[in-house]
Design a protein. Structure first.
Length: 317
């Protein structure tokens, strides 16, 4: 589930005095910022090239991350250098590939659809794990996968399943589904991250790796496609503020809030808050973009929510 591009966690320290209420508020704020990412991207799709949005988002995030992670880099760079391929894959999928696909989704379908379809990430994690690891899903988990898949199909088809027979899809919906798959792959790759590396260092270096691929894409849009540095809008400052927000909010503050919240309440409790992302995305899209929530959305929400719950719940023994 996309997030703001950080699923790594830290463990709480004995001296962590952050109140539980503050930690929960941080996690709620994190879910809201990550959900707003789709909404802001959809709001600037007519004026900001997606290449510029992807590039400047991570430039802003990297610049803001450096002051808070530089003290760990001396030690962590040596550790990461011993795991070059893992770091490359983490940065390539989590920063470059996910950014491109999620913004192609946001630019070509509604923010409501992007948020809801991207919320199927836990199901894709389960599917990938069943293929790539020894951890095979149980019957109840497969039921959850099928139900969530039905919910996804309902949203993509807008309640008209004949769409699949005609192959008449909205490209943005397909990109949104692919973005969930990419984020699931990234989440699995995080297990290969070097042990002992500080999470801030991991995200910073991942951002730099992703920018190695986002930069040529951005330069190509400038030189070959004749796109502007930031936006077609004149004056440019409203869109520049939105670009800055996406970098400083979802990509930077969202990660810091997530990391702190997990360190206080634990990863299991924190994970529940990620399901607020599509809720915030839908509500913000309705308020700020005037998008509508249809009956097929509600049907898809029920199916996806039940499917995720069924696929990820742990039975008591």
């Amino acid at each position: 589930m996309a997030q703001g591009n950080a699923t790594t966690v830290t463990t709480g320290s004995a001296g962590d005095q952050t109140p539980m209420t503050v930690a929960y508020l941080m996690l709620i704020a994190c879910a809201m910022m990550w959900g707003s990412n789709h909404v802001v991207a959809r709001g600037v799709n007519a004026t900001v090239p997606f290449e510029a949005l992807s590039f400047w988002r991570w430039v802003v995030a990297a610049v803001m991350l450096f002051p808070v992670c530089y003290k760990y880099l001396g030690r962590d760079l040596r550790l990461m250098a011993q795991h070059k391929m893992s770091m490359f894959l983490i940065g390539f999928t989590g920063v470059f590939l996910f950014s491109v696909v999620i913004y192609l989704a946001a630019y070509n379908t509604t923010a409501v659809n992007t948020g809801l379809l991207n919320a199927t990430t836990p199901v894709w994690v389960l599917l990938f794990a069943s293929v790539l690891s020894a951890d095979k899903p149980k019957l109840g988990q497969w039921v959850g996968v099928l139900v969530a898949g039905a919910g996804t199909a309902t949203i993509i088809a807008k309640g008209d399943l004949s769409v699949f027979a005609r192959m008449d899809f909205v490209s943005g919906d397909v990109f949104a589904m692919i973005s969930a798959m990419v984020w699931a792959a990234y989440s699995m790759l995080l297990k290969r991250a070097p042990k002992g590396v500080h999470p801030l260092s991991l995200v910073f270096i991942s951002a730099l790796i992703g920018l190695c691929f986002l930069t040529p894409l951005y330069v190509w849009s400038l030189v070959v496609d004749g796109e502007p540095f930031f936006t077609h809008l004149d004056p440019a400052w409203p869109d520049m503020l939105k670009i800055f927000y996406i970098g400083a909010g979802p990509a930077f503050l969202g990660y810091l809030f997530w990391n702190k919240g997990v360190s206080v309440v634990g990863p299991a409790n924190a994970g529940v808050f990620l399901y607020l992302m599509p809720v915030f995305a839908s509500v913000l899209a309705i308020i700020f973009l005037g998008e509508e929530l249809h009956m097929y959305h509600l049907g898809g929400i029920v199916l996806i929510a039940f499917g995720i719950w069924q696929a990820t719940r742990k039975k008591r023994t």
